[in-house]
Design a protein around this ligand. Structure first.
Ligand code: BGC
Length: 266
């Protein structure tokens, strides 16, 4: 596993699901980790305790990433605890699924606010700190790294989820535009696009044998993903092993984006 020794990493929305696995994987690679949560303080404290029990360093920090003042307070607390930030994982995200005609403006705004605006607000604060601090060559050859948690739905349209798909489509070009703008400053920005990963967000898709069977028809590799699949990808993208990777989306989806409907058709 590549080393992130001595680096400080903030993982938004890491009190559950993919975020927890990313926080644990970064900590196992030697990073000091901020476990951000919005409402689940107890769950975040469990993640922190697990990381500490495994010999790592972690703190829990509350903030709703869609709120500018809370994001700024989170970065102050994080930098006070760890001195600076080297890695941001923009992971916090949620779903509020409705058909278009039943979707309220509040459901639209909530999803766009957390999944897209939240990534902008956190990236902006991280970049300010990267530029203030500058390069620390003994820690990393980049001035800072940002990983945006996207989804296969940054390219796959998703009926009944247009707020979510729009947010992830937005993350795709937010990430690429930031990557283009900040590459000259040696700030690396990339995305991970998970497919179906077994977490609470998609419980309905794997909970019963019938649901799982239907889901596996969409996955050429014929297994549902586990959060650790994403944790490992995050460690690589945050490390100098991927130093020449900039503005890319790494799909970690068992082939979900390979148009599995064409396995036997077309
Ligand atoms: C969604 C999951 C879904 C997966 C594949 C993810 O971005 O959050 O609910 O299972 O995409 O469709």
């Amino acid at each position: 596993m590549p080393s992130l020794q001595g680096q400080a990493a903030l993982v938004t929305g890491s009190s559950s699901g993919i975020g927890t696995a990313v926080a644990q994987s970064l900590a196992a690679a030697g990073a000091k980790v901020g476990v951000n949560y919005s409402r689940s303080a107890d769950e975040a404290e469990v993640v922190v305790a697990d990381i500490r029990a495994a010999g790592g360093e972690a703190i829990a920090i509350q903030a709703d990433v869609s709120q500018e003042d809370q994001v700024q307070r989170m970065f102050s607390q994080f930098c006070e605890a760890f001195g600076t930030i080297d890695i941001l994982v923009n992971n916090a995200g949620l779903q509020r699924d409705f058909n278009l005609v039943d979707m309220s403006l509040a459901d639209w705004n909530l999803v766009i606010g957390v999944n897209l605006t939240g990534q902008f607000l956190c990236a902006r604060e991280a970049v300010k700190e990267f530029l203030r601090r500058g390069l620390v060559p003994e820690r990393s050859c980049a001035v800072g790294k940002i990983i945006c948690m996207s989804s296969v739905h940054e390219v796959i349209p998703w009926a009944g989820h247009c707020n979510y798909a729009a947010s992830k489509g937005g993350v795709s070009l937010l990430m690429k535009s930031m990557a283009q703008e900040l590459a000259p400053q040696k700030i690396r920005i990339n995305s991970i696009a998970p497919g179906a990963i077994q977490t609470p967000i998609n419980r309905d898709a794997w909970e019963t044998p019938e649901a799982l069977e239907a889901l596996l028809k969409l996955i050429p590799y014929k297994r549902i993903g586990v959060p650790e699949d994403i944790g490992k990808a995050a460690v690589w993208l945050a490390s100098d092993d991927s130093d020449y990777v900039q503005g890319e989306t790494l799909f970690v989806d068992g082939g979900m984006t390979l148009y599995p409907g064409f396995e036997s058709g077309g």
